[in-house]
Write a protein that binds this ligand. Sequence first.
Ligand code: FE2
Length: 373
Amino acid sequence: MTTLDTRLDAAIAPPRLDAIDHLELWVGNARQAAAFFASVLGFDVVAYAGPETGRADRASYLLEQGTARILVTGALHPASAIAAHVRAHGDGVHDVAFTVPDARAAFATAVRRGATPVWDPWLEEDEWGSVTRAIVAAYGDTVHTFVERDGYRGVYTPGYEPAQLSRPAGSPVGLEGFDHVVANVEGGRLEHWVSWYRSVLGLDELTHFDEEQISTGYSALRSTVVWNHGRVVLPINEPAPGLRTSQIQEYLDFYGSPGVQHIALRTSDIIATVRALRARGLRFLDVPPTYYDEARQRLAGVDLAWDALTELGILVDRDESGHLLQIFTEGITDRPTLFLEIIQREGARGFGEGNFKALFEAIEREQARRGNL
Ligand code: FE2
């Protein structure tokens, strides 16, 4: 590409991303993964696609809670790309999909601005309308699908029918949508991916932390958050040298490539949400008891239900615009890769930097139990 071409490409406006449309996990057994998200996390199983709906090679279940949509897909044949993904990575997020006003334009401009095309735009229609999609490559084997729904009125996209699985019992959980989706990339690749999101998707840097802020006695990481000034918020982590193996490196070793490390989901009542999730059997990282002595000082002057927070193991942090409450699950897959975060924001726009040390020490206790620290 000549210098002139580069200048021309940079002059093309980046694609407009409206939201995270859905996350798609490629898993070993979609039916059981769907049951986990339904019974343990309180998602509704809304839609299904598989051989019965004309897709011979895979089974997919769409889970919804608030505006968060998670699709779990499993392969029906050994030669499937889904089976190969599961063999390489274990269960994991394959697609961080964005809702866009124009999928063809988003794909064309992303590719002009440097994205690797995976699937050219295609349109599917049924009696409920049409959906246009296109796919570009992201970090590792992860992709970004651009989804143009154009007022589609069906349950999800053409090819899906309402799911027949019944809603399991349990208190409502109250998750409202995605807050952020975090990637782990190899050491030395953070800057590359930040500049990829800047130049290809037009995202801006929201914040950056380095190992001075995010380290414990043992392991360290660097993190930059890119976002669209709206609901698309994508932190990216890379491992930094520490005394022992960084938890980001443990992820990379077990996932076998860069990939999604955690999915953060919003609630406006984290105490009720975590109570319901614990009752449903979801397991969270333990918080050292001394954490709350330190947190009460750090959050002095903020009126909080400290007894409930302590009982439930919820972490607290503050920044110049407010405070936030958050909690992290144990890994939700067999490999020590993917986990979830529940977050309630009361003004704060950060990611719990003040909690990182307390959190990472808790993660490292788990890492040491697996013999990987
Ligand atoms: Fe997070």
